[in-house]
Design a protein around this ligand. Structure first.
Ligand SMILES: [Mn+2]
Length: 354
């Protein structure tokens, strides 16, 4: 496996490339142009700038996360074709600097979703928390207000113009059911995958986080059965998944290790992290260690090892430790600890083979 680390950019991250380079075994960054509005074509000069920065630190730029999909594509509007055309152009440009994997998702309106970004754990660290009852109880428009008041809800990656448009977006999704979303995803894939294939870039869809419908919005990349359906839409090794153990693992019915075993040859990119799921359906992010959460991280790494996995891996989110000031979920310390845990399991599996 090739170890990577998510980096938000020189002026957009509390962590430097030099620090990332010092984590054992990290070969590359997982990056994106976070200031390009969703749907627009990525400018080549800005792509090359990141490539240069990474080169100087001896890190690869093979994995991009994410090239986000415009809502009009997910809604299946007539305007989608222009956005799909822009997407294709971005694929072509990313290929020109050597990008190998593009992570994306197909979640309506919200990307990953939590009720609290700084929930205390028993050890005094803090982590992202999903309070199920709280989310079920709240009107999403209220979240916007709370967000702007810097209270309970903050959503990194939410552009202000998108927040302002939230009421309109919800209206637009009113008639979009799961089957409509499948149809719109299928249209997108049939357009995109041949282009990705021609440019030797693997598309890797991220599962829905959490893996169930929120606020009545449809969500479809949620379990093994739906991943099977997803992969059958286009039969190509360039159409794969970003298998995220924490997203799928928030539903105790999902056995992530078995998903690795079943889908291994369609997983170019793995997110590995743990969550502790409570009986009431709420969950909190924990350290990567199997014993600390509800997801069997050992079994997942073992499944990758058995599959001879040569794809990219990154520790997903981490807790906020030792008073670190960082982007929620994306501190240096806990993700670096997570990497060492993953290497510990991996290296011992490799040695025990010999
Ligand atoms: Mn993830």
């Amino acid at each position: 496996m090739k170890m990577t680390f998510r980096w938000f950019g020189e002026t957009n991250d509390s962590i430097s490339l030099q620090h990332i380079k010092q984590i054992p075994g990290v070969e590359g960054i997982v990056w994106a142009l976070h200031d390009v509005p969703v749907g627009e074509e990525w400018p080549l000069e800005k792509i090359q700038e990141v490539k240069q920065q990474a080169d100087q630190s001896g890190l690869s730029i093979d994995v991009v996360e994410s090239v986000n999909v415009h809502e009009d594509i997910k809604l299946g509007l007539n305007t989608r074709d222009q956005y799909i055309e822009n997407y294709k152009q971005t694929i072509e440009k990313l290929a020109s600097v050597g990008v190998k994997v593009i992570c994306y998702n197909f979640m309506p309106v919200f990307d990953w979703f939590r009720s609290d970004l700084n929930e205390p754990l028993h050890d005094g660290s803090h982590a992202l928390f999903y309070d199920k009852a709280k989310v079920e109880d709240i009107n999403p428009l209220e979240i916007v207000r709370k967000n702007s008041d810097e209270l309970d809800f903050k959503m990194p990656g939410w552009e202000p113009e998108r927040l302002a448009d939230l009421a309109h977006l919800f209206e637009a999704y009113q008639d979009i059911k799961e089957e409509d979303l499948w149809e719109n995803l299928s249209y997108f894939l049939q357009e995109i995958i041949p282009v990705a294939e021609a440019h030797d870039i693997q598309m890797a869809i991220h599962p829905d986080d959490p893996p169930w419908s929120i606020f009545g919005l449809p969500r479809i990349i949620t379990n093994a059965e739906n991943i099977r359906r997803l992969l059958s839409i286009v039969d190509s090794s360039y159409h794969g998944i970003t298998l995220c153990s924490g997203s799928l693992g928030a539903n105790p019915l999902n056995h992530v290790g078995d998903m690795v075993r079943e889908f291994a040859d369609r997983i170019p990119f793995a997110h590995i992290r743990n969550v502790k799921v409570y009986e009431n359906g709420s969950f909190i992010e924990t350290s990567h260690r199997t014993e600390d959460g509800s997801v069997d991280i050992y079994d997942i790494v073992k499944a990758y090892h058995e599959a001879g996995f040569t794809g990219y891996v990154r520790p997903d989110h981490g807790r906020h430790l030792w008073d670190e000031v960082c982007r929620p979920g994306y501190g240096l310390y806990d993700r670096a600890l997570g990497i060492m845990y993953l290497w510990g399991i991996w290296d011992s599996l490799v040695r025990s083979e010999k």
